[in-house]
Design a protein around this ligand. Structure first.
Ligand SMILES: [Zn+2]
Length: 65
């Protein structure tokens, strides 16, 4: 997997624990995902792919290293 560093600002963590703004479900998502990540419970889109960096549309609980 090739990463374009210029498009990936800090933090460089790859996995992020997020809380769904709709149902409060907490799950771990891949912060550089090329796939859309949805909430396991309610199906809300939590991560949208944006080129090299995914857009996280949820409350970030913590960055995992
Ligand atoms: Zn949810």
């Amino acid at each position: 997997m090739v990463e374009v560093e210029q498009l990936v600002p800090k933090p460089r963590s790859r996995f992020v624990k997020v809380r769904c703004p709709d149902c409060g479900n907490v799950q771990v998502v891949f912060s550089h995902s090329s796939l859309t990540a949805k909430c396991f419970k309610c199906g809300r889109v939590l991560v949208q792919p944006r080129g090299g960096k995914a857009l996280i549309i949820a409350e970030i609980v913590e960055f995992l290293t």
